[in-house]
Design a protein around this ligand. Sequence first.
Ligand code: HSE
Length: 426
Amino acid sequence: MGTVGGGTVSVLSRNAQEIARRAGRGIHISHAAAREYDPSLPGVSDIDRISDDAWAVVDDPEVAIVIELIGGYSPAKELVLKAIENGKHVVTANKALIALHGNEIFSAAQEKGVTVAFEAAVAGGIPIIKAVREGLAANQIEWIAGIINGTGNFILTEMRDKGREFADVLAEAQALGYAEADPTFDVEGIDAAHKLTILSAIAFGIPLQFDKTYTEGITRIEPQDVAFAEELGYRIKHLGITRKTPTGIEMRVHPTLIPERRLIANVDGVMNAVLVYGDAVGPTLYYGAGAGAEPTASAVIADVVDVVRALTTDPGNRVPHLAFQPDKLSSLAILPMEEVETAYYLRIQVQDVAGMLARVAGMLAEEGISIEAVKQQEPAPGESEVPLVMLTHRVREKRMDRAITRIEAFEGIRTPVIRIRVEHLG
Ligand code: HSE
């Protein structure tokens, strides 16, 4: 009964009648485990039994569905596996658990004929799992791009709008209950990579492969990059992107420049948004609260309702955990980052002397990299270096890596090149 657990108890109690009208029967919390909780929280007094022993819950014969809102890998994994072994359905909001151990958990659940539902694991209250897995079932999904970490989006938005300090904004997100227990999971992109791993699996019918997701955080974004991006007509967003290409599947989380006219570029604060491109439907966009007590509870309870409705159905005919039938998963390769093709924003600190722009452009040209736009400012008073900002056309990452290595080795360049990938999401 932490942030999400407390929200789940409250919403289930407040909306009990509406939920029962939908589910076809009442849903009652008979047994809860909590290290500590607020007894005055709405709905807590309706729970039959509360202790601090989660093992007693998963072993309780009265319990049909176990809701796991502990987070983290352990003991969440052991509890979920035990609940499955005991023949109970499981609802979880635990993205780390599903991204890393989902293959094992789903296979155990399939063997026992129980369901493990995880809508709340991706983008909080947005029903994105349901949309991709069921609503878009006619399509070949081509790509997904999402703002799937509210804390990171809140930080980038505040940096752009108010010029606030990174640490100060992070502290506010933590106080509001949006940030992970370890906030490096938010700012280094690990939380987004957990969610992207899940989205990629259900979009393309591949096993969960968190270890193959390229992950880059937002800690190196500087206010001047936010400002340059804006001058060039872009916003910087921390995106999770997965795309099917003829040679394999891309799975990557990194700061990204996107054109400011795209709807998703205007998703601000802690809000999340996921843009899904299906071959039949075209682009579809899902927007909403990606974290917080009641938005996440909304997804948890919707899963409980789904499970309740399916209690008496044939397990072989339920919606498959990863959208595709478990014996029909594909072994399509995940592309290593050096094979991924994107456009780039580059910021290079150069000596303000004749010929620098030509030399940098020459080094890019030698790797076959074509330049789309260049921007250079007057040096600040007393400074001999100026930022040279460039947008390039699309190029394979390994070519850009080679060009950057050459540029950084050049005598007139003294600081690392800042590189941010650009996606047009057209
Ligand atoms: N720390 C996550 C976020 C919480 O900020 O989006 C929801 O998964």
